[in-house]
Design a protein. Structure first.
Length: 130
């Protein structure tokens, strides 16, 4: 966790399992809680949330899912995951973040490696971030 603070860009990735992030990814995000500080504003008395993570680092999430976009089944179940991602920039003290999606992977483990258009887009995104 401490090492993450040394980098200008943080890239995190997960497959989608049952309309949510994979368990391992959730475990990492659970640990991000340790960067949060809750303090009462002396003027308003309201609790304010601050992150001890260095400010304004760039943040990219890479998400791979079997379903195409738009999804055929239960599209509404993805809304929760998409909203839930906002907790990560909150924990890491940055307002902006980007999502990079691979849609339609099915269960093919080589689907990303075999998708030259996707790889070109991913490389361009990587170059943009450095
Ligand atoms: C247990 C399990 C649940 C999955 N659930 C979803 C899902 O809800 N929506 C979806 O689009 N793909 C789902 N998939 C497909 C994976 O997202 C897809 O295969 C993945 O992006 C490939 O990553 P992996 O090889 O690291 O598992 C699921 C796959 C597994 C094995």
């Amino acid at each position: 966790m401490q090492e993450m603070t040394d980098y200008d860009v943080v890239v995190m990735g997960t497959p989608v399992y049952w309309f949510h992030v994979a368990g391992q990814f959730k475990l990492l995000v659970d640990r991000l809680y340790s960067f949060l500080e809750f303090k009462a504003n002396p003027e308003t008395g309201q609790t304010e949330i601050n992150s001890a993570f260095p400010k304004n680092r760039k943040l990219l999430f890479i998400i791979s899912r079997g379903d195409p976009e738009p999804p055929e089944f239960y599209p509404e179940l993805y809304n929760h995951m998409n909203d839930w991602f906002k907790l990560i920039p909150l924990s890491l003290g940055t307002e902006s973040y980007e999502l990079f999606h691979q849609y339609g992977a099915n269960l093919d483990r080589k689907s990303a490696a075999n998708d030259s258009e996707l790889l070109t887009k991913a490389r361009a995104k990587g170059a943009e971030l450095v």
